[in-house]
Every structure is written in structure tokens, then in C-alpha cells.
Design a protein around this ligand. Structure first.
Ligand SMILES: Nc1nc2c(ncn2[C@@H]2O[C@H](COP(=O)(O)OP(=O)(O)OP(=O)(O)O)[C@@H](O)[C@H]2O)c(=O)[nH]1
Ligand SMILES: [Mg+2]
Length: 229
């Protein structure tokens, strides 16, 4: 009989749109842990929320930058099943400890992007103001995903955004999006450039493809760890 260790199994059991906010006051009253997505317009914030929840149109996406214009809250419930230690005999699995399962609920928070020149200056200023107000409001933000397009070096605006999150003492995970657009052999080079410009170590960058769901289980692991700490 061969002894094996099985890891946790994470399943999204519910995901729903809750509300759109444009100020601290219009954020949901119900407090839940929050995980936030920031980045340039068109970097793939809303697509990542759909990939994570395995929903096609939970968050609205577009090929044209400037799609998301409000702070959008999505309530998500995950089931985590700790399969425990087990033994496998001729393909049959028998657990030696009871299987435990826990459910956790939290918000995924989609933000308007920055850096899109075609949106009016007034709008951009307004978005930046309420996003900053939200990020500084003392809500229960577990961590923020700073998205950068894996194909390009981070821009000045990305560095500014990243620095401002760090200054707010928010834990930040850098997510390098659209990884499917770069051949596997080229990826490390791109990750190195991002690492260097943002001044983070390799473990703080997660390559992600919403098109292929690459990076999904790694990000779900980070989510679970942030929630159970
Ligand atoms: N190939 C590929 N395309 C992607 C990926 N993620 C997003 N896209 C595309 O990028 C475009 C922008 O995606 P969105 O998710 O709307 O981007 P956003 O960051 O929410 O943009 P704003 O709401 O305007 O700030 C869409 O055409 C998506 O299909 C990905 O992982 N791979
Ligand atoms: Mg969006």
C-alpha cells in the first residue's frame, strides 16, 4: 500500500455581484474580507475575476480600455476541503483522517483602471480620488493584486500605483497578466524585468492567464492563506 498526501481542494461554490460604489459611503455595509484588483485600464482586472470564479460575465470586460468605471464588489464563497492524509490501494482511496471542509466568504473588488488617456481628465481624476479613498478607508483588505501586463515593462503609472499601495501598508501581490501571449521560453525574461522595475522578489510575482486559467490555483492558494491567517 502506497501512502500519499493529498492537498487541499478549493472550489468556488457561489459568486455574485453585490454593488457598485463611488465613495466610501456607498461601499457595502456588510463587512467581509476584501481582495482587490488594481492596474492600468485593459490590463485584465475584470477578466481575472471571471477566471477566478469560473464565470464568463460576472465582471464586465471589454477590448476597449475604460470599461470598469466604479468600484464593483463581488461576494464569493469558497469551499476548502482538506483531504488529509490517505492511503491508496489498487486505485481506491481511503482516508485515515476524516475529511474536513470549511466554507469562506469574501469580496473580490474590481476597480476602474488608471492610465487611459482617452477617458476625460475629469473622469480620471474622479476615479483616482474615490479609488484612493476606498483603499485608505480602513476596510478589511487582505491583499491587493497589482496587475501589470506581462508583455511590457511596468510603466511609471504602475510603479506609482504599486508604491502607493505599499505606503498604505497594504500587502501587495504583483500579477503579470496575459501570460498566454508570451512563449514559455521568454517568460522568465519578462518576469525579471517586472521584478527589477518594481523592486520585488520573484515570489511576489504571479504570472496569470485568464484566457487559459493559468495561475488560477496558485492565486486561490494565496486567497485562502490570506483569509485563514
Ligand atoms: N489573451 C488574453 N487576453 C486577455 C487576458 N485577460 C484579459 N484579456 C483581454 O484584455 C482586454 C481587457 O480585459 P478587461 O478584463 O476588460 O481589462 P480591465 O483591466 O478590467 O480594463 P478596465 O475595466 O478598462 O480598467 C479584453 O479584451 C480581454 O479579453 C488574458 O489573460 N489573455
Ligand atoms: Mg474592468
Amino acid at each position: 500500500m502506497e501512502a500519499i498526501t493529498l492537498t487541499e481542494e478549493i472550489t468556488v461554490i457561489k459568486s455574485e455581484y453585490v454593488t457598485s460604489a463611488v465613495s466610501k459611503k456607498t461601499c457595502p455595509e456588510e463587512t467581509l474580507p476584501e481582495i482587490v484588483f488594481v492596474g492600468r485600464s485593459n490590463v485584465g482586472k475584470s477578466s481575472l475575476i471571471n477566471s477566478l470564479t469560473r464565470r464568463k460575465n460576472l465582471a464586465r470586460t471589454s477590448g476597449t480600455p475604460g470599461k470598469t468605471q466604479t468600484i464593483n464588489f463581488f461576494r464569493v464563497t469558497l469551499k476548502v476541503r482538506d483531504k488529509g492524509q490517505g492511503t491508496r490501494d489498487k486505485g481506491f482511496y481511503s482516508a485515515t483522517v476524516p475529511q474536513l471542509s470549511t466554507t469562506v466568504s469574501f469580496y473580490l473588488v474590481d476597480l476602474p483602471g488608471y492610465g487611459y488617456a482617452k477617458t476625460s481628465k475629469t473622469n480620471r481624476k474622479l476615479w483616482a480620488k474615490f479609488v484612493d479613498e476606498y483603499l485608505s478607508s480602513g476596510r478589511d483588505i487582505k491583499f491587493v493584486c497589482q496587475l501589470v501586463d506581462m508583455r511590457h515593462e511596468p510603466m511609471e503609472s504602475d510603479l506609482q500605483s504599486f508604491t502607493s499601495l505599499v505606503e498604505k501598508n497594504l500587502p501587495v501581490l504583483v500579477v503579470a497578466t496575459k501570460s498566454d501571449k508570451i512563449p514559455k521560453t521568454q517568460r522568465q525574461k519578462h518576469l525579471d524585468a517586472i521584478q527589477k522595475i518594481l523592486g520585488v522578489d520573484a515570489e511576489s510575482i504571479l504570472p496569470y492567464s485568464s484566457a487559459k486559467n493559468e495561475g488560477r490555483s496558485e492565486l486561490l492558494d494565496v486567497v485562502i492563506n490570506s483569509l485563514i491567517e
